[in-house]
Ligand binder design. Structure first.
Ligand code: AMP
Ligand code: MG
Length: 540
């Protein structure tokens, strides 16, 4: 293992770069039948599956310099080499690769959907990096697998770009997430009816290289439990504990309960981060919920612009099942499905214990979200009345259509004394809108009073002010990948101009710092009118 401060020599060619010779996943049952499986395969966690490389003018769209250098120990210049494109397309797999597709199931929109599995993704191997972290590399869009269920196994460029940018953005915004290292595109056409309107169009097939410590989902355990494959269920659950939850001992007879509790709490910590950023995942099916409590499988997501608790990112979610404010409840329900999956491994008293944990989760999540919002408005600890203060602010935002990201940022940019100045407020486009609310003055009085209370406890009011603003600026981003910004980058990328995507990837690396070029492009200004009508398809 490298010692801290010791420089890592980044690999300059793929010939120097190798997968771990023994990926840990070979310890789990892998089906060797590399064919399409129409009915359910039994007693396996993976199937062998070979990527089908994209043909036809395959080229690089973008990379994450950080993921390449700091996760994969690759000199980012490697991405300029033809061999890198061949690697991401699945044509030339580095030494030690063992491509597989994962078998999982899931509840979709609340209903059990049966076996799903990686229908267009291949885990190609594990890399142990210079920090001794073990990462699984996955290609998404790399062709059909035994779990494709007659679909094409491909991913369109717009979806690959959205996944790439948002994975990296979430990482820098402090949201636990899978990562993305690169996107490639080809002239190979796939047909998608983006809005399910009977107007299919040809789009370019792309591949995104994704990274995670593992790709297990709630649905990984659900499919085994539902099928009554309890030996494999126990085997996989113990494997997850051993590899990913080192604080839990395999000899502990309550290990499954501890695992459940850890996953549940990590997952809800993640949800609190989402709510604090106005992030809506869009497709909260249990097959898209990581057992590591990290955000995964980005599709029809959105960061809300004008605040609306009922904001729905996914245009296929007509009932608004996965609306912004419903996410905590939906995720707690999903955790309930994880509990059901683990039930056969528990004694009856352990099952009762698990139910007790489940019952505490709503409150846990609510408190985490409140904590998040208090930090956003610069308060360190909760006091009586704080919950109403936050609720009132969100109500006013909803009623005035104030922008979510910009309102919190602009609150951080002004001194409390400046908040009462009409001139100062009129310089802040979102606060200006918010301040048109009849209750704004009253709310402001309460807010300033509350800030004063905390300042009184600090040794010096001046120092407290500086420190508070620093804190607020560090939790309220100026830039998030809004749908309109992604849309413009994608329109260009579909014409083979990747400049905007690459620029966006640069901006989201520092979401809390002003970027002069991003300012010129209006990234923190009021979104253009057309942005509010954008719809995001889950057809990817
Ligand atoms: P998603 O909606 O992306 O979470 O995917 C749900 C399920 O559908 C997963 O099993 C995917 O692998 C599968 N799937 C989605 N699109 C495709 C595709 N084009 N080809 C094969 N499988 C797909
Ligand atoms: Mg998925």
């Amino acid at each position: 293992m490298k010692m801290e401060g010791e420089a890592t020599t980044l690999k300059r060619t793929l010939a120097e770069w190798k997968f771990s010779q023994y990926p840990k996943y070979i310890l789990l049952p892998i089906d060797e039948n590399n064919e399409q499986i129409s009915s359910n395969v039994k007693n396996v966690v993976f199937s062998e599956a070979t990527p089908i490389p994209l043909e036809n003018n395959v080229r690089l769209v973008c990379v994450s310099v950080d993921a390449l250098a700091n996760i994969l120990d690759m000199d980012p210049d490697v991405s300029n080499r033809e061999e890198f494109v061949e690697f991401v397309s699945g044509r030339k797999l580095p030494y030690g690769a063992l491509p597989i597709a994962h078998r999982y199931g899931g509840h979709q929109y609340g209903l059990w959907a049966g076996q799903l599995g990686d229908g267009r993704a291949h885990i190609i191997g594990e890399y142990v990096n210079s920090r001794n972290e073990r990462w699984q590399l996955q290609l998404k869009g790399s062709g059909p697998t035994p779990y494709s269920r007659m679909r094409d196994g491909r991913l369109v460029l717009r979806a690959a770009i959205r996944e790439m940018v948002v994975s990296e953005a979430c990482h820098y915004l402090g949201v636990p997430t899978t990562r993305a290292a690169a996107v490639i595109v080809s002239d190979e056409a796939v047909v998608r009816d983006m809005y399910y309107s009977g107007c299919p169009r040809r789009e370019s097939a792309a591949v995104v290289l994704r990274l995670a410590k593992c790709w297990f989902r709630f649905g990984s355990l659900e499919v085994l439990s539902r099928a009554g494959e309890l030996t494999v269920l126990r085997q996989l659950t113990d494997f997850i504990i051993k590899e990913h939850f080192p604080d839990i001992h395999l000899s502990d007879e309550n290990r499954f309960i501890r695992l459940f509790s850890d996953i549940a709490h990590r997952t809800l910590d993640m949800v609190a981060k989402w709510q604090g950023l106005g992030f809506t995942h869009g497709l909260l099916n249990t097959d898209n919920m990581s057992i590591l409590g990290i955000t995964m499988d980005y599709g029809p997501f959105g960061f809300v612009d004008s605040y609306d608790s009922g904001f729905v990112a996914n245009c296929s979610d007509g009932e608004g099942k996965y609306a912004l404010a419903k996410q905590p409840d939906v995720v707690v329900w999903n955790i309930g499905q994880l509990a059901n999956a683990l039930k056969p491994l528990l004694t009856s008293s352990q099952q009762v214990h698990m139910l007790h944990i489940l019952k505490t989760l709503d409150t846990y999540c609510k408190n985490k979200i409140l904590e998040t919002f208090l930090m956003k408005i610069g308060l360190k600890e909760e006091r009586w009345g704080d919950e109403q203060l936050v609720e009132k602010l969100l109500d006013m935002m909803q009623q005035t259509g104030a922008d979510f990201t910009a309102t919190f940022r602009q609150l951080a940019e002004l001194e409390p004394s400046e908040l009462v100045s009409e001139v100062k407020i009129s310089e802040k486009w979102s606060l200006k809108r918010l301040s048109s609310h009849a209750s704004w003055g009253c709310w402001l009085d309460q807010y300033r009073e509350r800030l004063d209370k905390e300042a009184v406890d600090a040794s010096s009011v001046g120092m407290f002010e500086d420190e508070r603003r620093r804190r607020m600026l560090s939790v309220n981003p100026i830039y998030v990948p809004r749908n309109w910004i992604l849309h413009e980058a994608i329109v260009d990328a579909e014409k083979d101009d990747f400049g905007k995507v690459q620029f966006l990837l640069e901006v989201i690396r520092r979401p809390y710092d002003i970027n002069p070029e991003a300012e010129l492009r209006g990234f923190s200004a009021q979104p253009p009118q057309w942005a509010y009508a954008l719809k995001i398809s889950c057809s990817t």
